[in-house]
Design a protein around this ligand. Sequence first.
Ligand code: GDP
Length: 460
Amino acid sequence: ERERDLNSLFTKVKSPNGNQFFINSELSLLQKKVQDETLKNEIKDTLEELSEYKKYLLIDIKDLSESDGYNSWRKNEITELSTLVQQRFRNLQNPIDCDNARKLICNINKGCGFGCQIHHLVYCFLVAYGTKRTLILKSKGWRYQKDGWESVFQPLSNTCLSANGQTHSNWPGDENTQVVILPIVDNVFPKPIFQPPSVPSDLAERLRKVHNYPLVWWIGQVLKYLMRPTIETKMLLSEKEEKMKFTKPIVGVHVRRTDKVGTEAAFHDVDEYMLKVEEYFNNLKNPPEKRRIYLASDDPKVIITARQRYPNYEIIADTDIAQTASIARRYSNLSLQGIIMDIHFLSLCDYIVCTFSSQVCRVAYELMQTYSIDASNKFRSLDDIYYYGGQNPNPQIVIYDHVPRKKGEIELKFNDKIEVYGNHWNGYSKGRNLRTGVVGLFPSYKVVNVVKAVDFPKYD
Ligand code: GDP
């Protein structure tokens, strides 16, 4: 309990946004309610002062974390963890005797978009890692590229790509079945304990000390292994980087439109994203003279609108990408290049503004974790909190009691488990208390994520 408390404290100290969301939202509501102009202006001034308080609080925290002398330790630790994990992945994926290796078969062609298929593949890989089976990917006839995965990414193995074996079975099979076929997460039974939010217990202890969201780091590592580009893809990415003059500091903005809007997510105007971008730049110790964003969208009109409305910004976007994104749903070869590039460049940004309802953005956020010690706070989502599609239950834990103050709020008691439905980004979240069964609002800062440490094989 003590460790959890420390951990949650650390998380909050590093992200004082919750309090800011609350104060901003309450004062803005008050500002709208009052009639008196002087009072209105006073509230406006207070809001401005508060954002300056927050700015310097964030700067102090950042300076503190850099001046405690442990930064080089953190850097080494995270590098060591990554090296260890990547070695284990290589070991698993390159058995000496492929004919007799235990295998798990995964077909990439889940009926959905690229981000969703990548997450499907990650889930397969995690189950493979957890059951010590080499993952065999079936990708011929891939809807994005009929020649398959290897036309853009490196093969998952140098020694073992064949699905052959003496005995076959559907999931879960048993210890002695050589080849097990894994269905998509929606149809898998029994549910593998290795899928998110599980993190290997032998890594979790170390990870907790250096990363605020071990699950996202863990997924990022799997993506790092899976999405190793071929030489051609690598060349394409560096050519684009040069051509677009992709340089830091830069904020990544992903605007998901077309088929998603009104079905799986709400519409958000470009201004809503740009407000968060402004906030990010304003909070920097030395805001750059030229504010730069990398803008990705499946709708090319978004890029035109942003350029018209924000002429002072340098907006980097590949218009080729935008054109192909608009036909993304046709799963053409071109649209594959477009989405690979967009995800790559979004993940290289210093900060990302998007909607976490989109798997494209979540993949970019996960990959972001592979480029710095801890990038878990480097995002603003306009809708959902981070989650992994099809994940096992992942309740948050109450760290402070709560007695409802307003209508619609729910009671919390220390150690209660809360199934969080969403963060309203105004200081409150909505969820269901699993002890009482009651659904309602509660202050977001009174609950924390906990790491679900599960025993995976240790790959000695
Ligand atoms: P989701 O529907 O947003 O959760 O993510 P999916 O990846 O499952 O499906 C969306 C598909 O739309 C992607 O795979 C792309 O083909 C396309 N798409 C969405 N956003 C972008 C973008 O920013 N750039 C490009 N090039 N394509 C996009």
